[in-house]
Design a protein around this ligand. Sequence first.
Ligand code: ADE
Ligand code: ZN
Length: 346
Amino acid sequence: STNDHFINRIPKLELHVHLEGTLTPELRWQLAQRNDMSLHSLRLNKTFHTLEELKEAYNLLQPRSIKGVGLSAFFEAYYGGMEVLQTERDFHDLAIAYFGRAKEMGVVYCEAMFDVQAHTRRGVEIGTLMTGLGSAKKEAEVELGLKVNYIMCFLRDLSPEDAMKHYELALPYQDMIVGIGLDSNEYNRPPLLFGEVYRRAKKDGFKLTCHCDVMQKDTYEHIRQVACELGGTGADRIDHGLDAAEIPELVEKIKTKGIGMTLCPWAYVRHHKEENVFGYVRRLFDAGVLINVSSDSPAYVESNWIVDNLRLSKMMGGFTDEEIVKLQMDSVDMCWASEDAKGQMR
Ligand code: ADE
Ligand code: ZN
């Protein structure tokens, strides 16, 4: 929690959080011990002998220092960190640790993302992760009263064929998955490259979203494809897409189509000046776009949980308490809970 009691207290919706990105150094250390693994960083060419050493490596990935290190360092730490996730129980423990924390922060509904290929390519069976995540979802709902839906993301630096193969492998678990997304490195990987799997998923009843990271090569074209073309006529949501704020026609399109945007402002400080980040969030909100403020990969950036992102939006974007409540109401409108569950949140 933060020192902002209003933000701590109000019911919140987290719609953009990668479960693998909630893997704290503490939990990673614990899982490594349990699985009898030692921990290394390729980038730092280092073996971690203690939890303290591991925590220090995380300190190198803080928002201001990451500018020099680059997004690839984040990806390396993020995909490297996952190696400790081996068993059903590991995936369960990862998810429930985050859900417990979310509940403590006042989150009442969560759409949590997970990668499939990042695990299968390490030799983990899809059933292992899906069963572990499935039991954590049930536990969160029954024991914590936190409603959870999952968004399955494909790695866009892998092939569209591999995405389709994993889409089909995941179909037996369709009941716990509300939507599909695209994440990882988007350099020269436009959303429409994955057009076929998106059209198929739409036909099968999934909601559609796609990452458009900040300040990427082809940023505006990627946002345009997501807003106007993915799934035939455009996706239901854009993850990030902050740069749309620079193009009035894009803002108008996103607004009139009722496409929601999940923004994780603190993570963007890696790429943009702080004034621009919060100025753009503000501009989108003032234009009447449905936006949600979430955390993305909170364990890999200091002070980056949902409450921190909301507190920073208030401080640096000038959001009043009433506007913070409006953000939560807009989040209810754009989220993929059942109409019943939405009614309970309003
Ligand atoms: N996976 C986790 N966080 C991500 C991000 N910000 N962009 C792309 N892929 C990600
Ligand atoms: Zn993300």
